[in-house]
Design a protein around this ligand. Structure first.
Ligand SMILES: N[C@@H](CC(=O)c1ccccc1NC=O)C(=O)O
Ligand SMILES: [Zn+2]
Ligand SMILES: [Zn+2]
Length: 208
């Protein structure tokens, strides 16, 4: 059996976050000496830090929240494709990629090089890709980028179009070492009832 590979960003107190967003902080809020028996930690973070999923409520007040998302989509077969040096991620960029039977598509762009800092710009997903992916049966799109839209976008066209076609969004993956091919994915969100997004521990293992 192939081993599970972690494709998540490590959650350290200096992890790069969206400019202006809540910094990540883990601390022991009640230590051994104070409690007499245990260390008890506390986490402060944005729901869009590190490797995470978006719920439609992130960009639509009427949209589904994390608890409403279908957990089936976050576990199961996934295809990893490599699109290095792309300016954007559209139908053209995926034209050579075989999507037959692909429900979960993970795209490695390698364009977020310095993980210590939040990127200045990223290749955005073109909104037209949503319909194309949907026609091919894709229900989850994961990327090694902090967003599917340009970082300065306020309209978030890719987020909205992916949602319109029922495609779930997984962001901030670490795919640097991952060869293209077929894998099994597990990247479950937390059961956050009110939330617009959730951190995930994303792991894959090679199929076959
Ligand atoms: N759309 C991005 C997050 C995002 O837009 C954002 C995250 C935290 C603080 C501000 C953000 N966007 C707009 O100012 C994402 O899905 O992770
Ligand atoms: Zn997000
Ligand atoms: Zn997003």
């Amino acid at each position: 059996m192939n081993k599970w590979i972690d494709i998540s960003q490590k959650l350290t107190n200096d992890i790069a976050v969206w400019p202006g967003d809540t910094p990540f902080c883990y601390k022991v809020s009640w230590n051994m000496e104070e409690s007499g028996s245990v260390n008890v930690g506390e986490i402060t973070m944005s729901t869009h830090t590190g490797t995470h999923i978006d719920a439609p409520y992130h960009f639509d007040n009427e949209g589904k929240k994390v608890i409403d998302l279908d957990i089936q989509l976050y576990i199961g077969p996934a295809r990893v494709v490599h699109l290095p040096n792309v300016k954007s991620i559209g139908i053209k960029e995926l034209s050579e990629v075989n999507l037959d039977g692909v429900t979960r598509l993970l795209i490695r762009t390698d364009s977020w090089q310095n993980r210590k800092e939040f990127p200045q710009s990223i290749p955005p997903v073109e909104p037209e890709l949503a319909a194309y992916l949907s026609e091919n049966g894709v229900r989850l799109l994961g990327l090694d980028l902090p967003s599917v839209d340009s970082l300065d976008s306020k309209e978030l066209p890719a987020h909205h179009e992916l949602n319109r076609f029922g495609i779930h969004i997984l962001e901030g993956l670490v795919l640097d070492e991952i060869e293209p091919g077929d894998y099994e994915l597990a990247a479950l969100p937390l059961p956050l009832v009110e939330a617009d997004g959730s951190p995930v521990r994303a792991v894959i293992r090679k199929l076959g």
